[in-house]
Design a protein around this ligand. Structure first.
Ligand code: M6R
Length: 365
């Protein structure tokens, strides 16, 4: 049932504050602002490394997770798309753990990667939406994302719920490894707990500007997304979302890679979507934007209030989100990215929930 929504995808985008709040209640204790001790399942304290494998959007949430585990827990993460991971003959050891992320829990390549790691004797964690799935059954520890059924082929709420779970796990890992103090944990969990309310506000405030912008965007054939740090996986996710439902050719790049190739493509026919909260990378991303502007490129700037005030560049559109804590920025910044892809596809008249050639769950190699 789509409720008042035109498509399941739209419904699932708007459900995010509610399902994230539900998912978080499983991982955090709101009375003490701490991660629940019983979620562990992985012995983070003694780990030498973590291997993460997944496909598509689930892979991109894992890529955000890599930044978090490395930054907050000083835990080295090896990550790859499952179709490569399973054949790489990656040397692994028993003092590493492996994490598999899958909405459906049935993706063939992800399952094969899991079995590879199991054969190598690693302890296996699964971040899944479908708790009765094969991947959940074969894992040692299951971390449910509790997003509820996701019907739209383009993953939205599963992505942000995966992020919420990975954020919680990285805080748990940081605590276990003595890299996060109890005080810092409380602060981060407080930010997580405020997130659903912030997401609701953002969904309301960006609807009109995004719809307007989507009408413009639907006239282009090529789009480039740029971001740094955790905004880099978001750039990849933005491009994936747009191409899969609007069939506009989109690419995501780490902003710092711009001058190593993609800058050659920049002209007024290829808008550049820059995802840049006012974080420690902001100035660097702004200089990449300047390079785009100097070549006549059109910029769509997705930033926060501080970022909007700090940049003097002319843009085709600027989407301004509230200033939020670093740990929740990837979830909050997912919203404009999802809605932009959604409305652009609606303007193009594509079958948003059932895009051509795609299946919700890829159970063959
Ligand atoms: O069920 P899974 O999470 O394992 O699926 C992985 C990908 O097939 C999936 O995320 C795909 O990329 C989506 N269509 C993206 O929107």
């Amino acid at each position: 049932d789509k409720g008042n929504h035109r498509h399941f995808m739209e419904k699932e985008i708007y459900e995010q504050p509610e399902v994230i709040s539900h998912a978080l209640s499983h991982y955090v204790d709101l009375a003490s602002y701490s991660i629940r001790p019983d979620i562990a399942g992985i012995d983070f304290e003694h780990l030498k490394g973590l291997a993460i494998s997944a496909c598509g959007t689930a892979y991109l949430s894992g890529l955000v997770g890599k930044y978090w585990f490395e930054r907050y827990a000083r835990l080295p993460v090896e990550i790859d798309v499952a179709s490569e991971f399973r054949y790489r003959e990656l040397p692994l050891s028993k003092d590493q753990a492996a994490l598999f992320i899958s909405q459906s829990g049935e993706t063939a390549d992800t399952l094969a990667s899991l079995r590879y790691c199991k054969d190598e004797g690693l302890s296996i964690g699964a971040v899944v939406n479908v708790s009765e799935s094969t991947i959940a059954r074969e894992a040692d520890a299951v971390f449910p994302i509790l997003a509820g059924p996701e019907i739209g082929v383009a993953s939205t709420k599963a992505f942000t719920c995966q992020l919420a779970v990975l954020a919680s796990l990285s805080i748990a890992a940081g605590r276990a490894r003595g890299r996060i103090t109890a005080e810092e944990e409380r602060e981060m969990v407080r930010h997580l707990s405020e997130m659903p309310r912030i997401m609701s506000r953002v969904l309301n405030s960006i609807h009109d500007p995004i719809e307007q912008l989507s009408r413009e965007l639907s006239k282009f054939r090529h789009v480039l997304y740029l971001g740094r740090g955790t905004s880099y996986p978001l750039a990849l996710e933005g491009a994936l979302k747009l191409k899969e439902i609007s069939y506009i050719h989109a690419e995501g790049y780490a902003a710092g890679e711009l001058k190593h190739g993609p800058i050659a493509l920049i002209d007024e026919t290829m808008p550049v979507i820059v995802i840049a909260p006012h974080d420690r990378f902001f100035e660097k991303t702004v200089s990449n934007m300047q390079e785009v502007a100097a070549r006549g490129g059109k910029i769509i700037f997705i930033t926060d209030e501080k970022g909007a005030a700090a940049s003097k560049l002319e843009t085709m559109a600027t989407i301004v989100l509230p200033d939020v804590a670093e740990i929740i920025a990837p979830m909050v910044f997912s919203l404009p990215i999802q809605l932009l892809a959604y409305h652009t596809a609606v303007f193009m008249g594509t079958d948003v929930d059932q895009p051509r050639n795609l299946a919700k769950s890829v159970t063959v190699e």
